[in-house]
Design a protein around this ligand. Structure first.
Ligand SMILES: *[C@@H]1O[C@H](CO)[C@@H](O)[C@H](O)[C@H]1NC(C)=O
Ligand SMILES: *[C@@H]1O[C@H](CO)[C@@H](O)[C@H](O)[C@H]1NC(C)=O
Ligand SMILES: *[C@@H]1O[C@H](CO)[C@@H](O)[C@H](O)[C@H]1NC(C)=O
Ligand SMILES: *[C@@H]1O[C@H](CO)[C@@H](O)[C@H](O)[C@H]1NC(C)=O
Ligand SMILES: *[C@@H]1O[C@H](CO)[C@@H](O)[C@H](O)[C@H]1NC(C)=O
Ligand SMILES: *[C@@H]1O[C@H](CO)[C@@H](O)[C@H](O)[C@H]1NC(C)=O
Length: 453
């Protein structure tokens, strides 16, 4: 009797255990891999009823933004939820089983496509979906997509980009499938902000949800657009790009302190100009060639380049003028001085009489006096002679110095009296140009940065 009672208890226990497995729910639903009832058609009892699909996404990461080919790679989770009217079970009949997990291919799923998608999903699809006892089916999937996004790089690198991810059904019209988003823009932004794992170059700002009905293939379809706003972290571009160019401009300004005489100024300016060209080449790789408006950074580059080019041209002009200044003076003095020297030489020759020497004025003067001494020597006595000759020597010495200084004076007058006309003009040109250059550069930079922000 007792044994029989125990056996009964065990039997009921085994019976209860049997009822508690997920397979029992599947058996109850007759949900097998080959049951076409679930996987083939839209799960409504009356075909006139629409299937209401709730679609939500949560942004996990902005993996890549490529301005050059105008693409954007987000990593997000997608949640889809709809009712399958063929499915339902009473939880209390199955030990309170609330939900079961089955392979995704066993049930019908909404046929969503993303309009902007240009490459297949890189993340593997989720293998399972969830079925609730009231017939609600939930699919969650992570997706890494390459999405085309028109970027506006006008304000690069201080730009904010917005990219759309638009979901719609491949073939179902709005009468067959209604698409909703259960979360508002605010909630989705908040949740995504909390989830955000990696934010490298781009800072996630906010996300908006818009739903609208579009008529693409002759019938109305629900379209859900998630717009992601993101801001570029510009600090690296400032440090690596904008500042160096500014420094080069300062160097170019500073090069006005280098003298125009040698070629150093010219080679210095050319070097700085080449450095800007290299930076411009780098810029070419970053920016898309298809931008509709010229990016301000390109204006900045070409503006600085133009300023430097003008200053280089000015240097070349100044150097040309200095050359022009020097060249005629050289030829003039060569032509002008030689006859004078010849004349002097000839005078000396006349004064000093027939001796072939390298004639020096002082020597000649001394010789003139020396010539006179023998005549005087005849009239005076020997003691007087020595005295007078000493005095004469002194006089000749004084005269020699006087002539020397006169000659120096004369020489200096010829150099100063023939002023470098262009040398003076170039100084003025340099000064004016420097002022204009500095004013133009600061005005240009000011206007540009005002426009940039
Ligand atoms: C379950 O489906 C199979 C075919 O897929 C069918 O033969 C069988 O009768 C169904 N059983 C129930 C209880 O509906
Ligand atoms: C789907 O949504 C519409 C409008 O919100 C509602 O009228 C309809 O009853 C819903 N259908 C189902 C199956 O829930
Ligand atoms: C589930 O089953 C219990 C008892 O078996 C019953 O009381 C309850 O009303 C049922 N619930 C539904 C939703 O059918
Ligand atoms: C079914 O149950 C799930 C989970 O409890 C719930 O989220 C969903 O809103 C329910 N669906 C309906 C149509 O009541
Ligand atoms: C994104 O969608 C909005 C709303 O339809 C639209 O105004 C905007 O132009 C779209 N942006 C892009 C980049 O396609
Ligand atoms: C999202 O960010 C963009 C850019 O910062 C801004 O223009 C827009 O108003 C923001 N939208 C919301 C809903 O905050």
């Amino acid at each position: 009797m007792l044994a029989g009672f125990v056996l009964l208890l065990v039997l009921t226990a085994v019976d209860g255990e049997k009822v508690c497995s997920h397979q029992d729910v599947l058996n109850h639903l007759n949900l097998t891999r080959h049951n076409e009832l679930y996987s083939l058609t839209r799960p409504v009892l009356d075909f006139r009823q629409p299937t209401n699909v709730t679609l939500d996404i949560l942004l996990y990461a902005i993996l890549e933004v490529r301005e050059n080919d105008q693409t954007f790679v987000p990593y997000f989770w997608k949640f889809m939820r709809w009712d399958n009217q063929y499915i339902s079970w009473n939880q209390s009949d199955f030990c309170g089983i609330e939900k079961i997990y089955v392979p995704t291919e066993m049930l019908w799923k909404p046929d969503f496509t993303i309009e902007e998608m240009i490459a297949k999903d890189r993340a593997p699809p989720s293998p399972l979906l969830t079925i609730f006892s009231n017939g609600t089916v939930l699919v969650q999937n992570d997706q890494v997509l390459i999405i085309t996004c028109r970027m506006h790089v006008h304000k690069f690198p201080f730009d904010t980009q917005s990219c759309n991810i638009s979901f719609k059904s491949f073939i179902h019209s709005v009468e067959e499938m209604k698409v909703f988003c259960s979360t508002s823009s605010k909630e989705v932004t908040k949740e995504s902000r909390e989830l955000m794992r990696t934010q490298y170059e781009w800072l996630f700002q906010n996300m908006t949800v818009t739903s609208k009905i579009v008529n693409t293939f002759g019938f109305d379809q629900d379209l859900i657009i998630f717009t992601i706003y993101m801001k570029r972290r510009s600090i690296l571009y400032i440090v690596n790009f904008l500042l160096p160019i500014l420094f080069f401009l300062c160097l170019d300004l500073a090069s006005f302190l280098i003298s125009d005489g040698g070629g150093e100024k010219l080679s210095f300016k050319v070097t700085v100009l080449l450095a800007i060209t290299v930076l411009q080449l780098i810029l070419n790789d970053i920016l898309p060639s298809s931008s509709n408006r010229i990016p301000l950074i390109a204006v900045y580059c070409i503006g600085v380049f133009t300023l430097m080019l003008l200053s280089l041209l000015e240097t070349i002009l100044v150097m040309y003028l200095i050359r022009r200044d020097l060249a005629p003076q050289d030829s003039e003095t060569d032509e002008g001085r030689s006859p004078r020297e010849d004349k002097q030489g000839r005078n000396n020759f006349h004064q000093c009489g027939g001796e072939e020497k390298t004639w020096n004025d002082s020597v000649c003067v001394w010789d003139v006096f020396a010539d006179e001494t023998p005549a005087e020597r005849l009239q005076t006595s020997g003691s007087q002679l020595t005295e007078e000759s000493q005095g004469l020597e002194k006089l000749s010495e004084d005269l020699r110095v006087a002539v020397k200084t006169l000659r120096l004076l004369l020489n200096s007058r010829t150099e100063d009296g023939k002023p470098g006309y262009w040398a003076r003009k170039t100084k003025i040109i340099n000064k004016c140009f420097f002022v204009c250059y500095a004013v133009a550069a600061s005005l240009f930079l000011l206007l540009l940065f005002l426009n940039w922000n």
